[in-house]
Design a protein around this ligand. Structure first.
Ligand SMILES: NC(=O)c1ccc[n+]([C@@H]2O[C@H](COP(=O)([O-])OP(=O)(O)OC[C@H]3O[C@@H](n4cnc5c(N)ncnc54)[C@H](OP(=O)(O)O)[C@@H]3O)[C@@H](O)[C@H]2O)c1
Length: 213
């Protein structure tokens, strides 16, 4: 069982990952600016109120952690269209040197279908709409992915398709080969299932699979 620091654990994939990791016997440090509002009660859960951009917060939260999960997100509002968005790159630039200093090697980071080289798998017609809505966030996720890939750590980048709040089915595809990449739906709980499996497996180390149903 691992002690995992989850960045962005107050909602969405991060919260689903925290809950599932606890269910499966892991210890969790749940990090977010609003971590104080996390409703989950568990003796292996520690909540940590902090900002992922701030080195001092991240360094303190990291104490005792063996694995880091990044599940940060920006709200889907007008800012997403007009930017600027630099949360993903800034938080990653903060995180990586601290992980190295602390001797933590395993990093599992959520980006999304369309980030990095998976952009080539977006249908050219859909690319226009994608860029309009998500272009700024994904340009920053590209920088994030590059920082992670160059980090020398034991990373896995997780690129889910379109998220929903459906149930966890355990039935989803893990597409590692570029020729198989495609968009599709997936529940946050299924993404959490994949992430929690990676806490004890190394099959996807230094890989960046697309996840869809
Ligand atoms: N929506 C989709 O269809 C889709 C598809 C593919 C990929 N994705 C990506 O999947 C990821 C997770 O999305 P989601 O909707 O499940 O999550 P979400 O509900 O947007 O949660 C984002 C988390 O990040 C935290 N956060 C934001 N800024 C922070 C900061 N400065 N310091 C610390 N924590 C911070 C938030 O907590 P606080 O605000 O309390 O800090 C929250 O816990 C995102 O990167 C998203 O872009 C989304």
């Amino acid at each position: 069982m691992a002690t995992v620091l989850i960045m962005g654990a107050s909602s969405g994939i991060g919260l689903a990952t925290a809950s599932l990791a606890l269910q499966r016997g892991h210890s969790v440090v749940a990090f977010a600016r609003s971590a104080g509002r996390i409703q989950v009660q568990h003796d292996k859960l520690r909540t940590f109120v902090g900002d992922a951009r701030k080195s001092a917060d991240v360094a303190r939260a990291m104490s005792g952690a063996e694995i880091v999960v990044q599940a940060l997100g920006v709200p889907a509002n007008a800012r997403m269209l007009t930017g600027p968005i630099d949360l993903f790159s800034a938080a990653t630039a903060t995180l990586l040197p601290l992980m190295k200093e602390a001797g933590i090697r395993r990093l599992i980071s959520v980006t999304g279908f369309g980030a990095g080289e998976s952009r080539s798998a977006i249908n050219p017609l859909q690319r226009l709409g994608f860029d309009l809505v998500f272009g700024r966030a994904y340009a920053d996720k590209d920088i994030q992915e590059n920082l992670i890939i160059q980090s020398g750590l034991d990373w896995t980048i997780v690129r889910p398709g379109v998220l929903n709040n459906g149930r966890g089915t355990g039935r989803y595809r893990v597409l590692t080969r570029p020729q198989d990449w495609r968009n599709g739906l997936i529940s946050r709980k299924d993404v959490a299932d994949f992430i929690v499996r990676q806490l004890t497996e190394d099959a996807y180390v230094r890989q960046a699979p697309v996840l869809v149903r």
